[in-house]
Design a protein around this ligand. Structure first.
Ligand code: C5P
Length: 227
């Protein structure tokens, strides 16, 4: 059976990673969460004091990018790959609201994008990959055989993310999460380098009223048509 590349792009918290993981498992493909890579670089910038509430020294971040090493290691128990930053497991740390608050600013930096896009293309060079993000169908794999663009209302997305954070024991308010989701969308869609936009040949799916199971079945059928 021939292997294809599946690109899933869309706004924050549209459930891209949930369905991408399900698809990769069903097809025996590799799942790559490209957002995790931007989050890991953001965590690096925070740990080194390059970014905080009041300042962002992007030049320092750029100058130190050569010391950032991001890798994924498959965790059999969890059933997916966890993210490592310079050999330290940062899977949980990168998902906090603090990192979410700075990640879109870091993702605007072209040098950061160039470095991560190169690594992503390397990971998908043999196809058989499901990658989710913001620019996968437009920049990373413009030749992907299947491109999905996921949307859902901001409120639906904020509710989902809020629930996820609560389950992890985070002390956050719904309004704070909604504000983060909408402000990230704004930066992600308006940045100069690789803004979030639907590729011409992407299939748009609004999953506001779809269950996880319905969405998975829909995407699996679309993938099977291409294989
Ligand atoms: O997918 P996730 O919400 O974890 O991504 C976090 C952030 O990383 C996004 O809001 C966006 O700023 C950035 N990102 C990006 N390009 C990608 C994936 C994520 O700019 N391919």
């Amino acid at each position: 059976m021939q292997k294809i590349t599946i690109a899933i792009d869309g706004f924050s918290s549209t459930g891209k990673s949930t369905v991408a993981k399900q698809l990769a498992k069903a097809l025996g493909y590799v799942y790559v969460d490209s957002g995790a890579m931007y989050r890991a670089v953001t965590l690096f910038a925070m740990q080194n004091g390059f970014i905080n509430e009041t300042h962002f020294d992007s030049d320092k971040l750029i100058a130190n990018l050569n010391t950032v090493e991001i890798s994924f290691k498959f965790n059999n128990k969890l059933g997916f790959a966890e993210v490592f930053l310079n050999d330290k497991n940062v899977e949980n740390e990168i998902r906090t609201l603090e990192v979410s608050q700075f990640v879109s600013q870091v993702s605007e930096i072209s040098e950061v994008r160039r470095m991560l896009v190169k690594q992503q293309q390397q990971m998908g060079k043999n196809k058989g990959v499901v990658m989710d993000g913001r620019d996968i169908g437009t920049v990373v794999f413009p030749e992907a055989e299947l491109k999905i663009f996921m949307t859902a209302s901001a409120e639906t997305r904020a509710k989902r993310r809020f629930q996820e954070l609560l389950e992890k024991g985070a002390n956050v308010g719904y309004d704070e999460v909604l504000e983060n989701v909408t402000s990230r969308d704004k930066i992600d869609t308006t940045r100069e380098d690789s803004p979030l936009t639907k590729a011409n040949d992407a299939i748009e799916i609004d999953n506001s009223y779809l269950s996880i199971e319905e969405q998975y079945k829909m995407l699996l059928e679309l993938a099977e048509e291409k294989i």
